[in-house]
Design a binder for this molecule. Structure first.
Ligand code: ARG
Length: 593
């Protein structure tokens, strides 16, 4: 287990509190709120005074005195009612900055599955799936960076009502096909009767046929929709029960959908180790239901089988988890519970779900059921909900026509904007067209990803493409540009290492070293809170500190050789750290800009 800089400082200050007969935990050190006054601060004297009924300034003074002998601190000042303002020696700071690439290691590495992506086969990917893919990928990479064995599972939505809807729609439109004839003895055609584009067009028809408009007055129309829905539900149940024609057609749907999904996710940089889906656990459900029954956890409710998960101290009503619907089909809850059963059996010690926060109740039900059935303890099941990407009207982002925005259309929009921005800025004007394309792709994707990830996971945010692709401010393009610029400085100077630590002589060097030294703390916080935005904030702070350093200090053309070598080493460390953090965020860099 490695310690971050604030951990190490907290240990030092904690000892000084202990020497006063006080609790070491009071020595917690954090980055200063007033960087103009000091680098770090500790407010423990105030809490200590309350506990020990002593004067906080007196406690603070005693601790400060004890810290005077500590080599890491250049200054320890008592301020206000008892704050300790701490600043490191340049040697200590330089050492911490040099140690930063080691990051931070989790005390107990675990085998963890991250459930993210969650695309639904045959339904278009929408911006909610975009968020899941980006946040999930960053969380998974962060887990790995701190020592966990993390595996990503896309958990495709491939077993729900949309499958029955598609089957019934196909039966209506293509009754000539053999899949619907129960007497057919096979074999079924090897070739799919639909392409992925057919499927994309089929689904809206299939779904529309099951729905009457809310204000539909014509009872015949309403009844037709209701009867179609019942048919689709029946087909879903039959598919799940193994009706051969339906299974064969379903397999075609899956087979034509997967390459398109792989392409979309590939473009997003999401890499799933497991391409499983809800359907893959179908055979586990019957034995699981029998087990739940044996445990006395299963109840009948209007012909359905449910697990009651409500608790006495619930603040709001918690409906039971639906295991088997009255028509015999399984639902979202049953496949999720069976999936946990599979994951537990495969030795996963923890499951993380990166899903829209509006699904919180569903996961609460599933987790409680898993716990009650002894499948996996609740404290190993984690829901990492995320907020919505909204339009300027504050509602979930839609196309101008009011539909859900398809990911592929979003990509085109972003790419177009990135291209405009690049040509406005004259970036790559003399590069070959192919390279300009690649840069636009990198800038567009960085803009989209950084804009998404830089918001705290749980908050909603407004989609504002113009702001996302700006080269100024806290944006993906700004960070790419910063990283690429540093690399070109290093390249021009033909830096080949050889620095013996960072020699901090200038304020801007000190600030940059301080920013770099914060990486292990940022990594840890991002890991512990499952909040990739912490890493975004960190990368931005590093890039800004580098900008100030670049403006204030000569680097490659500095005359003093030792200073030059140290500055190049600082630039090199900055470049490496930005590359590391951007990689954790799943953001790829173009070789030049
Ligand atoms: N397919 C679901 C949706 O589009 C997301 C799946 C999330 N993961 C899970 N294990 N339920 O809403």
């Amino acid at each position: 287990m490695s310690a971050t800089l604030t951990d190490r400082l907290s240990a030092v200050v904690g000892r000084a509190f202990e020497a006063q007969g006080l609790d070491a935990a009071l020595g917690t050190v954090r980055p200063s709120d007033r960087p103009d006054l000091c680098q770090f601060q500790c407010n423990g004297a105030l809490a200590a005074a309350k506990q020990a009924k002593r004067n906080p300034r007196e406690v603070g003074a005693a601790v400060a005195k004890a810290l005077k002998g500590e080599a890491v601190f250049a200054t320890v000042e008592l301020a206000g009612p008892g704050f300790l303002n701490l600043t490191l020696t340049d040697e200590a700071l330089s050492e911490a900055a040099q140690a930063a690439p080691a990051g931070w290691t989790a005390p107990t590495p675990q085998k963890i599955v991250v459930d993210y992506g969650g695309a639904n086969v045959a339904k278009p990917l929408h911006v909610g799936h975009l968020r899941s893919a980006l946040i999930g990928e960053a969380i998974k990479r962060t887990l790995r960076a701190v020592g966990h064995e993390a595996v990503g599972d896309i958990h495709l939505g491939d077993w729900g009502l949309q499958m029955g809807q598609l089957i019934v729609q196909m039966a209506e439109e293509r009754p000539d096909l053999p899949y619907f004839d129960e007497g057919f003895e096979g074999p079924y055609p090897e070739e799919s009767p639909v392409t992925v584009d057919d499927l994309a067009a089929l689904y809206p028809r299939a779904s529309a046929a099951c729905k009457a408009k809310k204000d539909e007055l014509d009872t015949a129309v309403r009844e037709a929709a209701a009867s179609r829905l019942a048919k689709a539900q029946g087909a879903t149940a039959a598919l799940q029960a193994g009706r051969p024609g339906y299974r064969a057609l379903w397999q075609h749907f899956i087979d034509v959908s997967l390459p398109a999904l792989e392409a979309d996710y590939g473009r997003l940089g999401a890499q799933f180790e497991l391409w499983r889906g809800e359907a893959s656990v179908n055979d586990r459900i019957a034995p699981l239901v029998a087990r739940l029954e044996g445990q006395g956890l299963l109840e009948e409710s209007d012909g359905a089988k449910v697990v009651r998960v409500a608790r006495a101290d619930d603040k709001k009503e918690m409906p039971p988890l639906l295991m088997i619907k009255s028509n015999g089909s399984v639902g979202y809850g049953s496949t999720d519970l069976a999936t946990i059963d599979e994951r537990a059996e495969e030795g996963f010690e923890r499951c993380l779900y990166v899903v829209d926060k509006r699904q919180g109740e569903h996961f609460e039900q599933v987790f409680r059921a898993a716990d009650a059935a002894g499948i996996m303890a609740e404290d190993r099941l984690e829901f990492c909900g995320f907020g919505t990407m909204n339009g300027k009207d504050g509602k979930p982002f839609k196309t101008r026509a009011g539909g859900v925005l398809r990911l592929s259309d979003l990509f085109e929009m972003v790419l177009g904007k990135a291209r405009d921005r690049l040509s406005e800025g004259g970036v790559g004007a003399d590069y070959p067209e192919e390279e300009r394309q690649a840069i636009a792709e990198a800038v567009g994707m960085a803009a989209l990803k950084f804009a998404d990830l830089s918001n705290p996971r749980t908050t909603d945010y407004v989609f504002d493409l113009d702001r996302f692709v700006a080269f100024e401010g806290k944006t993906g393009p700004y960070l790419l540009y910063a990283a690429v610029r540093i690399d070109s400085v290093l390249q021009k100077a033909a830096y080949e290492g050889g620095a013996d630590g960072f020699r901090i002589g200038h304020e801007a060097e000190r600030d940059l070293a301080l920013a770099l030294a914060a990486y292990p703390d940022a990594l840890r916080a991002s890991h512990d809170r499952r909040m990739p935005h912490v890493l975004c904030d960190h990368a931005y702070a590093v890039a800004q500190a580098f900008s100030r350093f670049y403006a204030a200090c000569r680097i490659g053309d500095e005359a003093d050789r030792d200073v030059r070598t140290s500055r190049l080493a600082l630039a090199k460390a900055t470049s490496e750290q930005l590359h590391t953090v951007l990689d954790l965020l799943g953001i790829a860099l173009p070789p030049r800009m």
